[in-house]
Write a new protein. Structure first.
Length: 346
C-alpha cells in the first residue's frame, strides 16, 4: 500500500511530517510505502540532512500550501497545486491508498468530500476521536465535521462509528449511545430525541443515552453527538488534562514533596502517555469514499508515525468497502420522516 502524507500540514511542518515518515519506515512493523507531498526541493533537503534514503519513500511535488486562514472551498478552487489537494487526488486516482494531514481540519474535510465524494447512504461525513479510559477507549463522533446535524446524520454516524470501533477493537457488536443531558428517556433536545428514534429502529447495539461523564469510562464503546458538542467536549478534555497534569507537577516540585514525587513519577509518566494525543495518531474522516485521516495541528513526529500505522491498519481492514456494505444493509430497514431531513433548532 501507499500512504500519502501532506508534508506541509500542521504547526510544525514540514519537519515533523518528514521525521514521522522516517520513523514509520524504520519500524519493522511498517508494511506500506510513503508518498511525501510538498515542495520537492525542500523535502529532498530535509531528507539529505537526515541522511535518509529508502525505496519505500517517494516524493510528489506540490508548489502551494493551504494555511489555517484559507477558506476551505475557495482554496480548493484556487490552490489546485496545494499539498493537500495533490495528496488527496493521489488517493482518488488510486496512486495512494490513504491520506494523512495535520493541516486545517475544515480544509481536509472539504477537500476529501469534494475530491473523493461520499459513500452512498451517507449525507455528511464525521470525524471520530478515541477518548482513553482505564479499560481502553471510547470512540466519540462527530468532533468537528458537522456542527448543525440532522437526525439522520446522527444515525449514520452511529453506523459508521460502530464499524470503525469493530474494525479496530475486533469487538463484534460495539455498544452505541447517544449523547444527552441525562439518562432518562424524556431528556434531550428535539434533535436528540428524534435521533434516538432512528437509532432504536436500526440494527445497532444501541444502549440509549450517554452523559458527558461516560466518555471516560467503559460504559459505552461509541458515543454519538453533533460536531459542535463533540468538538467542545474534545477541546475541554484536552485542556483539562493539560491543566491538571501541570498543577500536579507544580505542587510536586516543592522540597517537602520531592521524595514522594520520585516514587510516583513512573505512574505520572504513564498517565501522561495515555492522555497524550500524539499516541493516537489521527482521526478518521468517516463517510468519504476513501481513507482520509486528520491529525492534530500540533502533532509531533510520533503522532505522524502513529497516524501512518493507523492508516495501514484501516487499509488492511477494507474499511471503505465495509462501510458501504453495512450502511446499505442498515438503512434498508429505516424509513426517514420529513423531520429526519431537517436541522432542528428548537
Amino acid at each position: 500500500m501507499k500512504i500519502v502524507v501532506d508534508t506541509m500540514g500542521g504547526d510544525n511542518a514540514p519537519f515533523i511530517n518528514i521525521e514521522g515518515a522516517i520513523q514509520y519506515l524504520n519500524d519493522p512493523k511498517s508494511k506500506g510505502e510513503v508518498i511525501l507531498v510538498g515542495p520537492e526541493t525542500l523535502i529532498r533537503q530535509e531528507l539529505q540532512s537526515r541522511s535518509f534514503e529508502s525505496p519505500q519513500l517517494h516524493i510528489q511535488h506540490a508548489s502551494e500550501v493551504v494555511t489555517m486562514d484559507d477558506s476551505p472551498t475557495r482554496s480548493y478552487r484556487e490552490k489546485k497545486y496545494s499539498s493537500m489537494r495533490v495528496g488527496i487526488e493521489l488517493v482518488k486516482s488510486g496512486e495512494g491508498d490513504a491520506f494523512i494531514s495535520a493541516g486545517s481540519t475544515g480544509a481536509a474535510m472539504t477537500y476529501s468530500l469534494l475530491c473523493l465524494g461520499r459513500i452512498p447512504g451517507v449525507d455528511k461525513p464525521a470525524i471520530g476521536a478515541f477518548m482513553p479510559h482505564e479499560q481502553g477507549a471510547t470512540l466519540l463522533l462527530d468532533v468537528g465535521a458537522v456542527a448543525l446535524a440532522r437526525p439522520k446524520n446522527l444515525l449514520q454516524f452511529g453506523i459508521m462509528g460502530s464499524i470503525v470501533y469493530s474494525k479496530i477493537s475486533k469487538k463484534k457488536s460495539p455498544r452505541v449511545a447517544l449523547m444527552s443531558n441525562g439518562e432518562e428517556s424524556e431528556k434531550g433536545t428535539p434533535l436528540v430525541r428524534e435521533a434516538k428514534r432512528l437509532l432504536k429502529a436500526s440494527n445497532l447495539n444501541f444502549q440509549g443515552y450517554a452523559e458527558g461523564r461516560d466518555i471516560f469510562n467503559n460504559k459505552f464503546d461509541v458515543i454519538i453527538t453533533d460536531g459542535f458538542t463533540g468538538n467542545v467536549a474534545l477541546k475541554l478534555a484536552e485542556s483539562t488534562f493539560k491543566t491538571l497534569f501541570s498543577m500536579i507537577k507544580s505542587r510536586l516540585d516543592r522540597p517537602s514533596r520531592r521524595i514522594g514525587a520520585r516514587l510516583i513519577k513512573p505512574v505520572f509518566t504513564e498517565l501522561i502517555g495515555i492522555f497524550d494525543p500524539n499516541n493516537y495518531g489521527g482521526s478518521p474522516l468517516l463517510g468519504v469514499k476513501g481513507i482520509s485521516l486528520v491529525a492534530h495541528g500540533s502533532s509531533n513526529e510520533r503522532a505522524i508515525k502513529n497516524a501512518l500505522f493507523e492508516a495501514q491498519h484501516l487499509v488492511n481492514s477494507n474499511l471503505i468497502e465495509t462501510i458501504e456494505q453495512e450502511i446499505t444493509a442498515s438503512l434498508s430497514s429505516i424509513t426517514y420522516k420529513d423531520i429526519d431531513e431537517e436541522i432542528i433548532y428548537h
